[in-house]
Design a protein around this ligand. Structure first.
Ligand code: SF4
Length: 482
């Protein structure tokens, strides 16, 4: 394995926008997945900039190592990129979590840093350990399983909570006073005081939008793109989705003038990010301005019913080669049932636009295992995929199992039997062989996600056990069945 110092030096050399600051309060900002995942997260980047911008505070990044087994063997600690300092020497560790499965990465990072993973253990230890603060998109659905590991959890959109947190960290004399004080304030969940009932999420003022990249690096999922939020939230109401309008107060759009003014002049590649970017009423205007300036563009999410000649033509001029969109429900009946409302004709049009504008690939996301799904729904999906494969230059189907999330109308719906989901995938693979590529999350990992998405403290503790037992599925099943 390449030593951390070499990896760090080469990655820092490839970054633009890295921040360095001497401050009274230095926070280790950790991502519980490897570097290329963490640096692809606009939320993580935005918190990094936000902490640096506040008086008296700074942030240094650390990530889950790529080779966890080797990192455990070396016992060299977890170190920051900015100064190569041990994370365990910082007064505060802040983690951003995007998904349930990152809970294992959180426990591993704390283990590598030599910090007791459980907040209760840290509180009674003779040594003083850093305060562990968690936040991120996971808090929109169910942060309770991460509760046993956190001293404080920042719920929802953090922009306006950060100054409150930093001020409290700088002023409060001891941990108990600090956590008691924060527990009284909106948006802060202190699991040792609130138990398994988190307070509501915070929604930031529209003036704090948009989030945008601080550091641009080729080592991300978007390869050197400057990312910027074109909108936040979604005005639609898909019954399975935590981003639906009721969760975040609907869609909040960023004006073209504001968005374009925040893109550095030298930027050649721009990614527009948001839950529903194609619902932005001025999307064509923004794309045209970017493409006319000779910039390459990417868009994080395309709604098939919003695609037309103009938008796809601009994307193609901006170097877009893979059209990514979602059908979600396997059949029209299921899509209507879960308020997705994408029509077959929308998907056919997307496939034709892909072909007409010379794109290379249509990538379609689908959910299987929605409540009430039958073999007839899966048959319809196979027929639709074959039809789209004939219309588009190439089709790739990404199939994921439905996982019921908190704060959605489909909360508490069961997870379909893993073997039954595997059978459906095998059927689709046979039907599409040689005509379309099929990939997606294995149903067994969907089951783990489901147990955490619907779980409480006990499931979080099981995740720690699974992470320490190697993190394989057998370890998760044992831990979650115990
Ligand atoms: S699935 Fe997409 S369109 Fe539907 S509510 Fe969620 S973000 Fe909006």
């Amino acid at each position: 394995m390449t030593p951390f110092r070499e990896i760090r030096a080469s990655r820092l050399a490839d970054e633009t926008g890295t921040l360095h600051k001497q401050a009274d309060l230095a926070i280790a900002l950790c991502y519980p997945s490897p570097y290329h995942v963490g640096m692809s997260s606009l939320g993580f980047q935005s918190i990094y900039r936000g902490l640096h911008a506040l008086p008296g505070s700074s942030a240094e990044r650390a990530f889950l190592p790529e080779d966890v087994a080797e990192a455990r063997r070396l016992s060299d600690g977890l170190r920051t990129y900015e100064s190569d300092r041990l994370v365990g020497d910082f007064p505060v560790l802040a983690f951003s979590l995007a998904s349930e499965l990152e809970l294992a990465g959180l426990v591993t990072c704390l283990d590598l840093a030599g910090i007791p993973a459980l907040a209760a253990e840290r509180a009674t230890h003779v040594r003083t350990f850093p305060l562990v603060v968690l936040g991120g998109p996971l808090t929109f659905s169910n942060p309770v399983p991460v509760g046993p590991f956190a001293d404080v959890i920042v719920m929802g959109e953090a922009e306006e909570l950060l100054p409150v947190l930093v001020q409290s960290l700088r002023e409060k004399p001891d941990r108990e006073t600090l956590t008691r004080d924060l527990a009284q304030r909106p948006g802060f969940y202190v699991p040792s005081l609130h138990g398994e009932t988190p307070p509501p999420i915070a929604i930031a003022d529209d003036n704090s939008l948009p989030a945008y990249s601080q550091i641009v690096t080729p080592h991300t999922e978007f390869g050197g793109m400057f990312l910027i939020e074109a909108e936040r939230g979604c005005s639609r109401g898909c019954a399975y989705c935590v981003m639906r309008r009721s969760a975040g107060g609907g869609m909040r759009v960023v004006s073209p003038a504001r968005l374009l003014s925040l893109i550095p002049a030298e930027t050649r590649r721009v990614g527009l990010v948001g839950a529903a970017v194609t619902d932005h009423p001025a999307l064509a205007e923004i794309l045209r301005a970017l493409v006319d300036a000779g910039r390459a563009v990417g868009v994080s999410s395309l709604r098939a019913d919003r695609l037309d000649n103009e938008v796809v033509g601009l994307l193609a001029r901006g170097g877009y080669r893979t059209m990514t969109t979602a059908a979600d429900g396997a059949s029209q009946r299921l899509r209507d049932q879960v308020d997705r409302h994408t029509q077959i004709e929308d998907l056919r049009r997307a496939a034709r636009l892909c072909r007409d504008h010379g794109l290379a690939l249509l990538k379609l996301y689908v959910l299987i295992g929605l409540p009430g799904e039958t073999a007839a729904d899966i048959d319809e999906l196979a027929r639709l995929a074959l039809e789209l494969a004939a219309l588009a230059p190439k089709l790739s189907l990404t199939v994921s199992p439905f996982v019921s999330k908190r704060n959605t109308p489909l909360d508490h719906q069961p997870f379909e039997d893993i073997a039954s989901l595997d059978d459906k995938l095998a059927f689709l693979r046979r039907q599409l062989r040689g005509r379309a590529h099929l990939s997606g999350d294995a149903p067994k990992w969907g089951w783990v996600e489901y147990r955490l998405a619907q779980g409480g403290f006990a499931e979080g503790l099981a995740a720690a056990q699974a992470a320490r037992a190697g993190g394989g599925f057998a370890a998760w099943r044992r831990a979650l069945s115990g």
